[in-house]
Design a protein around this ligand. Structure first.
Ligand code: AVJ
Ligand code: FE
Length: 429
């Protein structure tokens, strides 16, 4: 979609806008208590996310591009993520669920008028190629994934649909060798890429090994059963301190019952599926596991090089909703078993890079050389530094239009409610 030519671009944007809104409304198709309640101090009430995506759409499409006067200027501050931290949002005078739905649908009606009028071939970078629509589409899908994390934290069953996934395959060689050499990191050409994915730049990497697949629950269980959480040798000091203070001894949502490990998934308990990629681990846990395994986390450059220099590991074809290449877009409510997507492998043979679980990397979220902020500082720029670790590849909950091999996500190294796992790497001897 992002690379579609001008013909039909407006129709495709309109269809994508309708689809993302259908998704947001499905995740908020619940009683008012469910929507206004704070399920965790880490998250906003669901009704905040709902109105926030509409407010963002109003700011960028209606005001910036359409030149339309603010519809409800008095509510802007409520939905500015920098004005009020998540834990304070429930006590704000937010729009109620019915009002929020009405507000965002009013915005959307006008957005479709702007789409109808706008010249997508204009040189202005917000209009060109429909960039501003890519911005709001990806933004809403990102918040939809955040809403899923909130729903998972709520531990209430019922709202989140599940679906079928292909079976796993036994592993061939567990690691893939990537030879030394220069590759191109980032992009200048992917139409809807964010500022932090640009510019494309050449990087030399020495040879390294990277896991063919994400680390599975059965592999992670070995670390747990081997006393990995009780041995400071494997942990960075800050990670050790964090795990001790919070009593962390397994991934979030896991509990032990005798010899069996169970997990809660969207309010239902089930045995931990052994061949599924581990999720709900912090960066510190991923880092400790890697050290225990005699490996390390890949840098984001190593992760991206393993994708083989394409928009997706399998090539340029859009993953679509029910593609055979990756587990994306909430086709199911969990990662697919290891080996489920042989056709999605990169030219090097690395599998499941896109979809299933976000993958922690060793890298801090920093700008690329030649970075230029666009269209606003609060998307990426204010987060650069040594505070956030980069995650790559998207999860089962990530929509296809909001992920690609150059896409960069980031979070605090203690975060576990996101749908994150990891794979390991090691340097050539
Ligand atoms: C890119 C996922 C870190 O959700 O916090 C949403 C994206 N920016 N609204 C987030 C974002 C503004 C951001 N992440
Ligand atoms: Fe946002």
């Amino acid at each position: 979609l992002a690379n579609a030519g001008p013909t039909g671009l407006k129709e495709r944007i309109a269809a994508e806008l309708a689809a993302v809104r259908e998704r947001s409304l499905a995740y908020t198709d619940a009683d008012d208590d469910m929507l206004v309640r704070q399920h965790s101090p880490l998250m906003s009430p669901l009704v905040w996310d709902l109105a926030h995506v509409g407010n963002y759409e109003e700011l960028w499409v209606l005001r910036e591009v359409g030149g339309i006067e603010p519809l409800r200027p008095e509510i802007d501050h409520l939905y500015d993520a920098f004005k009020h931290p998540r834990k304070d949002r429930p006590s704000l005078p937010l729009l109620g669920p019915a009002e929020a739905r009405k507000y965002i649908s009013g915005v959307r009606g006008r957005v479709l008028d702007v789409l109808d009028q706008v010249d997508l071939a204009a040189p202005d970078p917000l209009r060109s190629g429909g960039y501003v629509f890519g911005l709001v589409l990806q933004h809403e899908h990102q918040h939809d994934e955040t809403m899923l994390a909130t729903l998972q934290l709520s531990r209430r069953p019922g709202l989140v649909r599940d679906g079928e996934l292909p079976p796993g395959r036994p592993a061939a060689e567990p690691e893939v060798h990537i030879p030394a050499g220069v590759f191109t990191m980032g992009t200048d050409t992917v139409a809807w890429a964010y500022d932090n994915e640009r510019p494309a730049h050449r990087i030399y990497l020495p040879g390294y090994w990277i896991d063919r697949r994400p680390v599975t629950n059965v592999a992670y269980l070995e670390f747990v059963e081997d006393g990995g959480y009780r041995d400071p040798r494997w942990w960075l000091p800050q990670g050790w301190e964090w795990a001790e203070r919070n009593g962390v001894e397994a991934p979030l949502y896991w509990t032990r019952d005798g010899d069996t490990w169970w997990r809660v998934r969207f309010g239902r308990e089930e045995p931990v599926p052994l061949d599924e990629p581990v999720q709900h681990v912090s960066w510190y846990e991923a880092d400790a596991y890697a050290r225990w395994a005699g490996k390390r986390l890949p840098t984001e450059a190593e992760w991206e090089k393993a994708c083989g220099g394409r928009t997706y590991p399998w090539g340029e074809a859009d993953p679509g909703h029910l593609g055979r290449w990756a587990n994306l877009g909430h086709r199911a409510a969990r990662p697919a078993p290891a080996g489920a997507f042989p056709d999605g492998a990169s030219p090097y043979g690395v599998e499941q890079l896109i979809g299933d679980v976000w993958e922690w990397t060793d890298s801090w979220f920093q700008p690329y050389p030649g970075y230029r902020c666009f269209p606003y500082e609060e998307y990426s720029k204010v987060f650069f530094g040594e505070t956030y670790r980069v995650l790559r590849g998207g999860s089962w909950a990530t929509h296809p239009s909001a992920v690609r091999t150059t896409f960069r996500n980031w979070d605090y190294p203690i975060r576990r409610q996101i749908f994150a796992g990891f794979r390991c790497a090691r340097s050539e001897e």
